[in-house]
Design a protein around this ligand. Structure first.
Ligand code: 9MJ
Length: 677
C-alpha cells in the first residue's frame, strides 16, 4: 500500500479509536463491540511499530507504557487550587447567601447558583497545550502539587487530546479523580481472594492508585475523572458562566457530572441538596456534599477570596458516613441457620444521620483482617440502609493491654458445640432447633411478610413466646390458644384474638411461600419460586433426586445438597407433616415446562429504591424469568426498573431511549407471570 494511504489509514484509526473511547468512557455509551475496538487498536499499534516516526504522544496506544518513576516531580500551580468553605445546615446556607448579597449590593433578585455534587476523590489539574495533554498534577497544598502525568494518562475518561474546536491554546482543566463504587467493590473482592490488604473506602483506593510510581498499576485500577473548573487559560476565551464552561468542557471530551444543575436563590439550593441527599446512595460514586457556586464569573470576580477559599462558593456537607468511636466489647449473635456473627458493641456515635451503637464484624476472617482489639478506637461506616460496619482500626490509639477478640467454643445461647465448616468463613452452632436463638430466628423467618405473613407476630413477641416456652418450633405456633397468649406480658384480649386470627389466615398460603418459609439453607425467595414452578407440588419436590434438583435453573450443587439434607431429615419431614396437620395448605401450581423463561435473552437493570420488593429480590425474580441483570445501562439494555431516587442510570436510559418501568408496573409484570409479591 502506498505510504500516503497508510498514513491516511492511521489518521482514520486515531480518529475512530478516540471517538469510541470517548463514547465508552466519557458518555457511557459503547457503540462498537470490544472485538472491533481491539482489532482497530492492534492495527494502529502495527502501523506505529512499522512507522515509528508517526507515533504521537496523544495516540490512544500510548496510555500505558511509561517506565516506573523513582519519585514524583513537583508542580507549581500558576493559578492556585482553592479549597472550599463548608456549610452544614440551612442556616449556614442562609448566612452564605446573605454575605453574597451584602457584597453584591447592586443585585436585587435571587442569585443564580451552579449546583454540583461534591465528589469524594482526589483533586487534580490537567494542562493542555494546543489541545494535547501535557501534564497532570495533584492539588497538593493548593500552591504546589505532584506531577502525576504518567498516571493520569492511563485514565480513559481523561482525553489525551481535546475533541472538537475552539479551545484555548493553553487550558488547565480541574476536577476530581475518583473510583466508582462498583469498581471499588471489585478491586476489594479481588484483593480478598488473594489475601491482600483491602482498601478502606473508594477515596483511599483512588488516592493509593494515583500515588503509584509504576503507571501499569494505576492503569489496572478503575479510576475516573469528572471535571468541574478551569485554572490557567491563555490564547482563547471561555463562556461567562460556570455551568456553560462545564458544557464547553464536555464538548471538548471531558466527563462532567450529569447531576449538576443551575438554580435561582438559596431556597432552591436547599431543595437541590435535599433531593440529591435522598438519591445519594443510588449514585454510582461517593459524594460527601454539594458544591454551590455563584454562576456568573463577573460576580465571582467581584466577590473574590478569603485566604484560600473563594467567597463565591460553598460546600454543603452531608452528615459524615464514617466516624471514630471506641469498641467496648464484641458479642456473638446466632442466626437462623446457626451462623455465629461477631457484633461490635460501640460507644454510641452519630454517623450517617443516626446514632450507632452496634456494628457487624461479619466473621472470624474479618476480625483477623481488622486485627481489632477490645478497647480499640475504630472507624465505623454507615451508608444508606446498609448495616453499620467497622472499617478499620486507628492503631495510634492502641494500648498494649487491649485484648484480642476470643471466639466462643460453645454456642453462647444453647452451649452446643461450635464448628467451622470446610471452606466457610462462618462459625456455626451445631445445636440446630435445640438452640433458642435458632428457634427464634426460624419462627421470625416463617412468620415474616414474604413467607407465611403472620400479621402482628413481630420479633419481640416471638422472643417472648420462645422464652416462655410456649413455642419451640414453627408448627407449635398453630397450637397456641388464647389462654396461652394471655399469659404473656402486655397481651390483651384484643391482641390475642388478632394474633390467633392472623395465624388462622396464614394457613392458606402458596407453594413458593411455603418452601421459602421452611428456611432451608441457601433457599431464598427466588429459588423457592423456581422449585415450585419446576416441580409443581410438595410430594414431587420432596421426592426429587439430587440430579432432578440440579435441573432447576438457579439450583447448583450446594443448594441441591441442602435440599436433599432437608428432605432426608426425619425431623424436617415431621415438621412439614405437623404444619399440614395444623391446616397449612396451598394449591399445587401448574408445573411449568423448564424452558419457560419469558425474559430469556433480555438484559435488565434495576435502580433506585424499590419499596415493596427491594432491589435484590427484583433481580432474583428477573433472573428466575431468564433475564440477565446488569449493573450499567447500555444500548443492549432491554428495560430499566427504576424506583424513587434513581439517578444516572435512569438519566442514561432516557437518553438512550431504553424502556423504563416503575415498581408498580414491574409488580404487575411479575403478577402476569404468576409471581405474587
Ligand atoms: C468536587 N469535589 O466535586 C469543586 N468539587 O470548585 C466541585 N470541587 C471546587 N467543585 C472550586 N464540584 C474548588 C473546588
Amino acid at each position: 500500500m502506498p505510504v500516503a494511504d497508510l498514513l491516511q489509514e492511521l489518521e482514520s484509526l486515531l480518529e475512530k479509536l478516540d471517538t469510541w473511547n470517548h463514547q465508552y468512557y466519557v458518555l457511557d455509551q459503547p457503540t462498537v463491540p470490544d472485538a472491533e475496538y481491539d482489532r482497530a487498536m492492534q492495527r494502529l499499534i502495527a502501523l506505529e511499530t512499522q512507522h515509528p516516526q508517526w507515533l504521537r504522544t496523544d495516540s490512544p496506544s500510548q496510555r500505558v507504557g511509561a517506565k516506573p518513576l523513582a519519585q514524583f516531580g513537583q508542580v507549581t500551580h500558576d493559578v492556585p487550587m482553592l479549597s472550599l468553605d463548608n456549610a452544614f445546615n440551612d442556616q449556614d446556607m442562609q448566612n452564605f447567601n446573605r454575605r453574597l448579597l451584602d457584597r453584591l449590593a447592586e443585585i436585587s433578585g435571587p442569585l443564580e447558583f451552579a449546583c454540583e455534587p461534591k465528589l469524594d476523590g482526589i483533586a487534580v489539574s490537567l494542562l493542555y497545550r494546543s489541545g494535547v495533554l501535557q501534564r497532570g498534577a495533584t492539588r497538593g497544598d493548593g500552591a504546589t502539587g505532584e506531577d502525576i502525568t504518567q498516571n493520569v494518562r492511563t485514565i480513559r475518561s481523561i482525553p489525551l487530546r481535546l475533541r472538537g474546536t475552539g479551545y484555548p491554546d493553553v487550558l488547565e482543566v480541574r476536577g476530581e479523580i475518583y473510583m466508582p463504587k462498583a469498581g471499588f467493590e471489585q478491586l476489594n473482592n479481588r484483593a480478598r481472594e488473594r489475601g491482600e490488604k483491602l482498601f478502606v473506602n473508594p477515596r483511599n483506593a483512588a488516592a493509593g492508585s494515583l500515588r503509584q510510581l509504576d503507571p501499569r498499576i494505576t492503569a489496572e485500577r478503575p479510576l475516573e475523572m469528572c471535571c468541574y473548573s478551569v485554572g490557567l487559560v491563555e490564547g482563547g476565551s471561555l463562556p461567562d458562566r460556570q455551568a456553560r464552561v462545564l458544557e464547553r468542557l464536555q464538548d471538548w471530551g471531558f466527563r462532567i457530572n450529569s447531576q449538576s444543575a443551575v438554580v435561582r436563590g438559596v431556597e432552591a439550593c436547599n431543595e437541590y441538596y435535599q433531593s440529591l441527599s435522598e438519591r445519594r446512595d443510588s449514585l454510582p460514586y461517593d459524594i460527601d456534599g454539594i458544591v454551590f457556586k455563584v454562576n456568573e464569573f463577573q460576580l465571582q470576580e467581584q466577590l473574590g477570596f478569603v485566604s484560600r477559599a473563594p467567597r463565591w462558593a460553598i460546600a454543603r456537607k452531608f452528615p459524615a458516613q464514617e466516624e471514630m468511636t471506641r469498641l467496648l466489647d464484641v458479642e456473638f449473635q446466632v442466626g437462623r441457620t446457626g451462623v455465629i456473627t461477631p457484633v461490635a458493641r460501640l460507644e454510641p456515635v452519630f454517623v450517617g444521620g443516626v446514632t450507632v451503637s452496634n456494628a457487624t464484624l461479619h466473621n472470624r476472617d474479618e476480625v483477623d483482617r481488622l486485627d481489632v482489639r477490645i478497647g480499640d478506637t475504630v472507624i465505623v461506616r454507615r451508608a444508606g440502609d446498609v448495616i453499620p460496619q467497622v472499617v478499620s482500626v486507628v492503631l495510634e490509639h492502641r494500648v498494649p493491654s487491649f485484648q484480642r477478640v476470643s471466639f466462643p467454643q460453645h454456642c453462647p445461647v444453647c452451649q452446643s458445640a461450635v464448628e467451622r465448616e470446610e471452606g466457610e468463613a462462618a462459625l456455626r452452632c451445631m445445636g440446630g432447633l435445640v438452640c433458642a436463638a435458632q428457634q427464634k430466628a426460624a419462627i421470625k423467618h416463617f412468620a415474616s411478610r414474604r413467607a407465611l405473613n403472620v400479621e402482628g407476630l413481630g420479633d419481640k413477641l416471638v422472643e417472648q413466646l420462645v422464652d416462655e416456652g410456649l413455642v419451640g418450633n414453627v408448627a407449635e405456633l398453630y397450637t397456641l390458644s388464647k389462654a396461652h397468649l394471655l399469659e404473656l406480658d402486655r397481651m390483651g384480649e384484643k391482641s390475642a384474638d388478632n394474633l390467633l386470627a392472623a395465624l388462622q389466615d396464614s394457613k392458606l398460603t402458596t407453594l413458593p411461600r411455603f418452601i421459602f418459609a421452611l428456611g432451608i439453607r441457601e433457599v431464598g425467595e427466588a429459588t423457592a419460586l423456581s422449585l415450585a414452578r419446576h416441580f409443581g407440588s410438595w410430594p414431587v419436590l420432596s421426592a426429587a433426586s439430587e440430579r432432578q434438583l440440579l435441573e432447576v435453573d438457579d439450583v447448583g450443587p450446594i443448594v441441591a445438597d441442602h435440599l436433599r439434607q432437608f428432605f432426608d431429615s426425619l425431623s424436617s419431614l415431621e415438621m412439614v407433616r405437623l404444619l399440614c396437620d395444623a391446616g397449612v395448605s396451598w394449591p399445587d401450581i401448574e408445573c411449568l415446562p423448564q424452558q419457560n423463561q419469558p425474559l430469556l435473552g433480555q438484559t435488565w437493570v434495576v435502580t433506585g429504591k424499590l419499596e415493596t420488593l427491594g432491589r435484590d429480590d427484583a433481580k432474583a425474580h428477573l433472573q428466575a424469568l431468564g433475564a440477565k441483570v446488569a449493573g450499567t445501562v447500555s444500548m443492549k439494555t432491554t428495560c430499566v426498573v427504576a424506583g424513587p431516587g434513581a439517578g444516572s442510570k435512569l438519566a442514561k436510559a432516557e437518553a438512550l431511549g431504553v424502556e423504563v418501568v416503575d415498581e408498580p408496573s414491574f409488580l404487575a409484570l411479575l403478577l402476569a407471570q404468576g409471581i405474587e409479591v
